[in-house]
Write a protein that binds this ligand. Structure first.
Ligand code: AMP
Length: 376
């Protein structure tokens, strides 16, 4: 157990690292971020130390490990060699092995299948011929996804007929991919679960996620779904955490079919955008919970205090020639809590912040009205 006064190492320097570092500081911990990139704006001035060197830099590895008691990640796409080296030197939670499973879509799918966890039908694809075979298996509507490093709908092509196969194969750069059967889902939900040093588990109630241009737009907490769906999603998340012998925070995304059956879409070995509601809507934020699990502390209560809606602030909400956010509209909205990530370049669909709308039944209505104002 690492008590307050200790130091947490964080691999990655984006907004998830920023929000983790803020909670760590509140609780009396120091943090050292190793961003792996030349800039790490969200963590500047927030983390005690920021190492802006590539992940294959030996000196950076030594510098990082010398200063931390234990380490965690804020994103999964970190070279396995770096993860293993950190794990051996100072301890890494979740383990390099658990992170490794979710680095590769194909590895993740095989893991799910081997553990009897329901997911969309899929087949691996390494050539155009294999894509044709896979399409015959899982078609007529499928989604081709690159096996490595895809997120927020990047590296994905929807397929509805045989004549699209060649174009789609070029579209994913002829890279190793997975073809998934298209799920005609009723809604998308996610569960964030923490598993502590002693195997204790705490899961946040499932939340409902809506997307805009393949990027998370809104999260409604808790999800407005049947009790049976909530219980199934929770049980599957627990099974996954057990199967991985997991320690840390794990996010599991699901499709809910019209029949009420839940299928795992994907998982992330870290805090998740759909868990940001917990910063104002829950007794314990997902970042505090990650810190507790990684430091070996008792886990906190994941109880929801009131219905909360999280609205993502994407780059297109910075409007006009000067590119400004209508923050007055946010701050004059009832129950709105503003979170900005300290990114100076507000372009396109970048995630620049979020707003949590707390306190009651009309949170969704308030979020939708606010979104309209922000998009102008
Ligand atoms: P992903 O990056 O795999 O989570 O995909 C991003 C979004 O694309 C998901 O949240 C869904 O809205 C949609 N999507 C991905 N895969 C499928 C699928 N097999 N069936 C239906 N929709 C999908």
């Amino acid at each position: 157990m690492v008590l307050p006064g200790g130091t947490l190492g964080i691999l990655g320097g984006g907004q998830l690292a920023r929000m983790l570092a803020l909670d760590a500081r509140r609780m009396g911990y120091r943090t050292v971020v190793w961003s792996g990139t030349p800039t790490a704006e969200p963590t500047e001035g927030v983390s005690d130390v920021v190492i802006k060197k590539p992940f294959d830099d030996e000196a950076a590895l030594a510098e990082f490990c010398a200063q931390v008691d234990v380490a965690t990640v804020e994103f999964e796409n970190i070279p396995l060699e770096t993860l293993t080296a950190v794990e051996e030197k100072v301890g890494l939670y979740p383990s390099a092995q658990s992170i490794g499973v979710s680095q590769h879509r194909s590895r993740e799918k095989i893991f799910l299948r081997e553990h009897g966890i329901p997911c969309a039908p899929f087949a691996m694809v390494n050539s155009l011929e294999e894509l044709e075979e896979a399409y015959n298996q899982v078609g007529p509507v499928g989604v081709l996804k690159t096996a490595a490093f895809g997120y927020d709908g990047k590296g994905q092509v929807k397929l509805t007929s045989v004549d699209q196969l060649a174009g789609a194969w070029t579209g994913v750069g002829e890279e190793s991919s997975v073809l998934e059967g298209f799920v005609d889902f009723d809604c998308e939900i996610s569960v964030i679960i923490a598993r502590g040093a002693d195997g204790e588990m705490m899961s946040y109630p499932a939340v409902e996620n809506r997307h805009r241009h393949h990027i998370l737009d809104l999260t409604i907490a808790p999800a407005r779904v049947d009790e049976v769906v909530l219980a199934d999603a929770k049980r599957i998340a627990e099974n996954l955490a057990e199967a991985l012998d997991y320690r840390g925070l794990l996010a599991v995304e699901f499709f809910v079919e019209k029949s009420g059956r839940v299928l795992v879409n994907e998982m992330a070995p870290r805090p998740h955008n759909s868990g940001h509601f917990s910063m104002n809507g829950s007794v314990t934020s997902q970042f505090e919970q990650q810190l507790r699990a990684v430091m070996g502390l008792p886990l906190g209560s994941p109880e929801i205090l009131s219905q909360t809606v999280m609205l993502n602030l994407l780059g297109d909400m910075w409007q006009g020639e000067s590119g400004t956010l209508n923050s007055e509209a946010i701050l004059s909205t009832k129950g709105a809590k503003l979170h900005l990530y300290g990114k100076s370049n507000p372009n396109g669909r970048r995630k620049l912040g979020h707003v949590n709308l707390v306190g009651g039944e009309d949170a969704l209505e308030r979020a939708e009205k606010l979104k309209e104002k922000l998009l102008g």
